[in-house]
Design a protein around this ligand. Structure first.
Ligand SMILES: NC(=O)C1=CN([C@@H]2O[C@H](COP(=O)(O)OP(=O)(O)OC[C@H]3O[C@@H](n4cnc5c(N)ncnc54)[C@H](O)[C@@H]3O)[C@@H](O)[C@H]2O)C=CC1
Ligand SMILES: Nc1nc(O)c(N)c(N[C@@H]2O[C@H](COP(=O)(O)O)[C@@H](O)[C@H]2O)n1
Length: 228
């Protein structure tokens, strides 16, 4: 394959929301699900998020467990996977937590329309990859990551990036933890936003497993491609 194995891991409410209508982060996962997420991070070569998530949540995207970090080190890897932000207009704040916390390579993927001055500032902190005219070309980006030796890519949202990756046919598996809460709100981000499929384009999934974790359910899906 000329791209990594790509999976999305997300936590959503029982009504399919990733956060509130104000884009405020909500604790959906319990302790066990956060541990599962940390293990996925520790096993991945890279973690990817959209700029919307960086601006809303300011995540560090680091591996949290000292044991998992040590195990990565012992196998000759950096403590953290490569952290990738999909950021067409180079809006990532230079003081974002992904720069401040943890060791390891950061990549900011921008489009060719991003301002040169903003790119220059980011280049002091990260490797900047340029693809696409106005919007990052996700297929090209995935191919470049593979060329760099990234074989497993974990996508951690948000709603727009999930749509972009799924609609471009770039996702192999999806893991959704469904928590015991309702968030509501027609403008609150859902697992996939974006423009949506027409009926003929709808993506089919195959259920790999369904597992109760604390008070929620972890659903694992394989992406099968168009249903029709
Ligand atoms: N519960 C969970 O597991 C998670 C929840 N979230 C929530 O999701 C929300 C953020 O989601 P969004 O606002 O949708 O932002 P997002 O994180 O999906 O980033 C979207 C941005 O990515 C950029 N992008 C560049 N090229 C693109 C392309 N080809 N396709 C798609 N996007 C491209 C665009 O600038 C776009 O605005 C926040 O409220 C955050 O809290 C985020 C991650 C995980
Ligand atoms: N898996 C999961 N469960 C939840 O309940 C969540 N609220 C999230 N949110 C995302 O996790 C990221 C936090 O990363 P750091 O702890 O800063 O490394 C962030 O992107 C949230 O949107 N995830």
């Amino acid at each position: 394959m000329d791209r990594p194995f790509i999976f999305i891991n997300s936590a959503m409410s029982a009504d399919g929301k990733l956060s509130t209508k104000e884009r405020k982060q909500v604790k959906i996962s319990g302790k066990l699900d956060f541990e599962r997420m940390d293990e996925l991070r520790a096993q991945a070569d890279a973690i990817m998020v959209g700029i919307g998530t960086v601006l809303a949540d300011d995540p560090s995207l680091t591996v949290k467990s000292p044991e998992r970090k040590a195990a990565r080190k012992a196998s000759g890897k950096s403590e953290n996977p490569v952290r990738v932000v999909v950021d067409s207009a180079a809006r990532t704040p230079p003081d974002a937590d992904i720069f401040k916390k943890g060791e390891g390579l950061r990549i900011i993927a921008v489009s060719n329309s991003a301002q040169a001055e903003k790119i220059k500032i980011l280049e002091e902190k990260a490797l900047v990859i340029k693809t696409g005219t106005d919007k990052v070309n996700l297929s090209e980006l995935a191919a470049k990551l593979k060329e760099m030796g990234i074989n497993t890519l974990m996508v951690e949202g948000g709603a727009t990036l999930n749509w972009g990756m799924i609609s471009a046919g770039l996702v192999d598996e999806i893991y959704t933890f469904v928590g015991n809460l309702i968030i509501g709100g027609k403008t609150a981000p859902t697992f996939t936003d974006g423009e949506g499929f027409t009926e003929a384009e709808i993506m089919g999934l195959e259920l790999i497993s369904a597992e109760k974790i604390e008070e929620g359910v972890l659903l694992k899906w394989k992406v099968k491609g168009k249903r029709n």
